[in-house]
Design a protein around this ligand. Structure first.
Ligand code: MG
Ligand code: MG
Length: 255
């Protein structure tokens, strides 16, 4: 699947609106992060995010997305679950690592962001995985400059992650974001420098490194949504929506 023909450039007013959606999204994720303790259910996390969105007159683009319709407002993916975990009765346990992906629609524009964090004490390997995934996002963002190509961003993420001994997912990618959750250009987490789409001011892109410890291979559970590592090893996911400018890129999904 490629969204590369659906690239839209945003003007300053539109980017300002996306910044507001991103701010609300960051607030929702912060509320979820505060709740990460043993015994809390993933449905509790979903409810906390929904409450913040509702307070701001916003809603989640994830709810009822796709086929079968995604039932949550956020994705909560635990341990070997990489992305698209469905909120429900599962209780968090000490030592889990939890990836939370949240989207916000506000005034017609979307913010899309994710983080991975531990519940209580986590293993040194889990901690390293989370740190590498977070750093990979910033390595990628640093390459999101006018005149670079999407392949430069992808290659930087892949090279960084693989140098740490981990793997990047192949089947799931970053993407343009704006009035729609998925626009062009597609920005994979692996690639070749100098290839792909030229980055220009006004492009807004959700960059989202997904990192696995043991393999780059994944499979989808029978609920048709949740993506897990093929070997059951731990995974992590980190995402920001970012605007390309004439200078340093602007992270939209921060407080
Ligand atoms: Mg996301
Ligand atoms: Mg995304």
């Amino acid at each position: 699947m490629s969204w590369d023909r659906d690239i839209s450039s945003k003007n300053a007013a539109e980017i300002a609106l996306m910044r507001e959606a991103g701010r609300v999204n960051a607030e929702a994720l912060a509320a979820v992060r505060e709740l990460l303790q043993p015994g809390v259910t993933t449905a509790d996390l979903n409810a906390a995010a929904e409450e913040i969105l509702r307070k701001h007159g916003a809603y989640s683009p994830f709810k009822n997305y796709g086929q079968p319709p995604f039932p949550g407002s956020i994705c909560v993916s635990i341990n070997e679950q990489l992305v698209h975990g469905i909120p429900g009765n599962r209780k968090l346990q000490e030592g889990d690592i939890v990836s939370v992906d949240c989207g916000t629609v506000l005034e017609g524009f979307i913010g899309d962001s994710a983080f991975t964090a531990g519940v209580g004490e986590i293993s040194p390997m889990a901690r390293k995985l989370i740190e590498v995934t977070e750093q990979a996002l910033y390595v990628g963002i640093a390459m999101m400059r006018t005149g670079n190509k999407t392949g430069d961003v992808s290659a930087a993420i892949q090279q960084y992650v693989e140098a740490q001994g981990f793997h990047v997912v192949r089947e799931y990618t970053g993407h343009g974001v704006g009035r729609k959750m998925h626009e062009g250009p597609q920005v994979p987490n692996h690639g070749t420098p100098g290839t792909g789409v030229l980055l220009r001011p006004g492009m807004t892109i959700a960059l989202e490194p997904m990192v696995l410890i043991g393999t780059h291979r994944t499979r989808v559970l029978s609920n048709q949504w949740t993506v897990v590592s093929a070997d059951g090893s731990l995974t992590a996911h980190q995402e920001h929506s970012v605007a390309i400018t004439e200078g340093d890129s602007l992270i939209l999904t921060v407080p």
